[in-house]
Design a protein. Structure first.
Length: 286
């Protein structure tokens, strides 16, 4: 995939170009579920693993609300790990610390989009994690970045010559030289991310983005946990952010269990039930 240069300013220009091919969005739902919501008291969850969810870029914990509700109805304890969206190594360390200090017993670690890169790195430091679930997500190998993986196959609607046509940039205090926070332009979001959502929901999601530092999308992965843990992949066949062909390549490379559905990048909002079933399959597979 060829991305042309444009005059933006020193290192920032290069990071922005990288971001266009590495947009890993995970939307946030208008009403959030508490990250510490308990499973239904009517269901015995003692033998069930804890499900720890990791959101992606431009999102927060509420991006998994429909899936969380269904898992809780089925008796699972569900927690949302912090993902600050500042850098792959630091974000992964935050998730690992959360799992190690805030859970007991076995854990299924679930990541959406950029969150897949995070769980791939975090799980090597979390001995209680038994399996990984990727929802329209990156599953990088050592040295790979979200940028490289998104550019590897055609199909992303966001691969444009000028990143400033799809992103808004804000310099944040204390940023490394050239780094910026990025937000998807609302009009672009509605087309690329919210095409099959109710218009009012898509508008709300576009307005409630949490920014990601662009350098996080270009940061290379460490050794991935999918080489040693059983992995499960839900692939939205209409994903226009991370092309389904690239997701399939990563899933096959990981020898993962694959489920597909006619869904966009925000499949956990569009099709929560099959995603819940895949997570529960991961939770019950020995």
């Amino acid at each position: 995939m060829s991305i042309t240069r444009f005059n933006f300013s020193h290192t920032t220009r290069n990071i922005c170009i990288a971001a266009v091919t590495a947009l890993a969005f995970s939307a946030c739902s208008p009403s959030a579920a508490s990250p510490l919501d308990a499973p239904s008291p009517a269901t015995d969850s003692a033998a069930k693993p804890t499900i720890v969810l990791v959101h992606g870029a431009w999102a927060d914990a509420s991006s998994f609300k429909p899936v969380t509700v269904e898992l809780q109805k089925d008796g699972y304890q569900v927690l949302n790990a912090p993902n600050p969206l500042r850098g792959l190594a630091s974000d992964s360390a935050n998730v690992a610390a959360f799992v190690n200090q805030n859970t007991t017993g076995p854990v299924v670690l679930v990541g959406h989009s950029y969150g897949g890169s995070v769980i791939s790195n975090a799980a090597l430091s979390t001995p209680t994690v038994t399996s990984l679930v990727y929802i329209d997500a990156f599953a990088p190998d050592t040295g790979e970045s979200a940028l490289q993986l998104t550019a590897a196959k055609p199909g992303s609607d966001l691969a444009v010559p000028d990143p400033s046509t799809v992103l808004n940039f804000v310099t944040y205090p204390g940023a490394p030289e050239g780094d910026v926070d990025a937000y998807v332009k609302p009009a672009v979001f509605l087309k690329a991310f919210g095409l099959h959502l109710p218009e009012a929901d898509a508008d709300a999601l576009a307005a409630s983005q949490t920014p990601i530092a662009l350098s996080a999308l270009a940061e290379p992965s460490g050794a991935p946990a999918w080489k040693s843990l059983k992995s499960f992949f839900y692939i939205g066949t209409e994903d226009a952010v991370i092309p389904a062909a690239e997701q399939t390549y990563m899933a096959n490379r990981a020898h993962g269990v694959i489920a597909t559905g006619s869904a966009d990048h925000l499949s956990m909002l569009e099709k929560p039930t099959p995603i819940t079933h895949l997570i529960e399959q991961a939770a019950t597979t020995k």
